[in-house]
Design a protein around this ligand. Structure first.
Ligand SMILES: Nc1ncnc2c1ncn2[C@@H]1O[C@H](COP(=O)(O)OP(=O)(O)OP(=O)(O)O)[C@@H](O)[C@H]1O
Ligand SMILES: [Mg+2]
Length: 277
């Protein structure tokens, strides 16, 4: 069942007299329990798309629906985990960070919030650090707190913007596995942004490929977690690379004025592969 619909969404920033087009007529839909990845090069509008889904930005064209209702503002049904390690409140302990999110939004009364907080902290293996302050934790641990806090809120969809990008390779791999284990438990829906092909394949069940700036849909592919060969002997990573960068001459793409949000490139949107994951 479709949870999130992004339909022909163009997102722009006004920067003085200039209008910067971040994404152009992007469409995709996320089903419940999908691990849906948005993959594309730096500047293609991934974060902007996530912000729009979160309700921080309004599309100039198109619409975003969550469970059939238009997204017009941020809400506790869509929680974002960012890349930065400093998204926790530094003057609150790990546990208080989670409890505060629950009580401040009216999600749970204090006593229930405490119970839920300890439950999610156990899930991310941080029970022993419940009373620690964020500055005493490693980057990976802080991200686990941020994920625990987001999960405690039980959003309809968890929005993750390159949450592991600032971690070293080993920690990053471990965090990807942890996320998959968490997902196995509750099958939450996640919209995950990355510019790493390997991470997209590992984390995603479905991967949306965006063109360089401004972001347009190039294709959608399925993943079952491994970089597997297709019938023609090509690795999924190679296929994704070609879909993203091959066969098209991407001239520099100056930001165009409002009126020219127009024709997409001829290789067009959503050469949908398969949905077997
Ligand atoms: N607040 C802003 N004001 C003006 N332009 C912006 C703003 N934020 C982003 N942009 C522009 O919008 C485009 C998309 O930016 P965005 O941050 O969404 O890209 P991204 O795909 O997340 O890149 P990265 O992988 O580097 O995080 C870029 O051209 C960027 O310069
Ligand atoms: Mg970004």
């Amino acid at each position: 069942m479709t949870l999130l619909t992004v339909d022909g969404v163009t997102l722009q920033y006004r920067s003085g007299p200039r209008l910067v087009t971040a994404t152009e007529r992007v469409s995709f839909s996320v089903e419940r329990s999908d691990r849906f990845v948005i993959l594309g090069p730096s500047g293609c509008g991934k974060s902007t798309l996530l912000k729009a889904v979160a309700g921080f930005l309004r599309p100039t064209e198109g619409r975003i629906l969550l469970d059939g209702t238009a997204v017009t503002a941020p809400g506790p049904d869509r929680i974002v985990v960012f890349q930065e390690f400093d998204q926790l409140l530094p003057w609150k302990t790990v546990e208080q960070n989670v409890v505060f999110a629950l009580t401040a939004t009216g999600k749970l009364p204090r006593r229930d919030a405490h119970r839920r907080a300890m439950h999610v902290l156990e899930k991310v293996k941080l029970t022993d650090f419940a009373n620690s302050f964020p500055h005493t934790l490693s980057g990976g641990m802080k991200q686990r707190v941020a994920i625990a806090r987001a999960m405690a809120m039980e959003p309809q969809i968890l929005l993750m913007d390159e949450p592991f990008a600032a971690l070293d390779a080993m920690t990053r791999g471990g965090m990807q596995e942890e996320l998959l284990q968490l997902w196995d438990d509750t099958r939450f829906t996640v919209l995950f942004v990355t510019h790493s092909i390997a991470e997209a394949i590992r984390v995603g069940t479905r991967i949306l490929l965006l063109s360089p700036h401004p972001g347009r849909v190039k294709a959608e592919v399925a993943s079952n977690g491994g970089d597997e060969m297709d019938a023609g002997g090509r690795l999924l990573s190679a296929r994704i690379h070609d879909l993203l960068f091959g066969g098209t001459t991407w001239g520099p793409s100056p930001d165009r004025p409002d009126s020219s949000v127009g024709p997409v490139l001829s290789d067009g949107p959503a050469a949908k592969d398969h949905r077997d994951a």
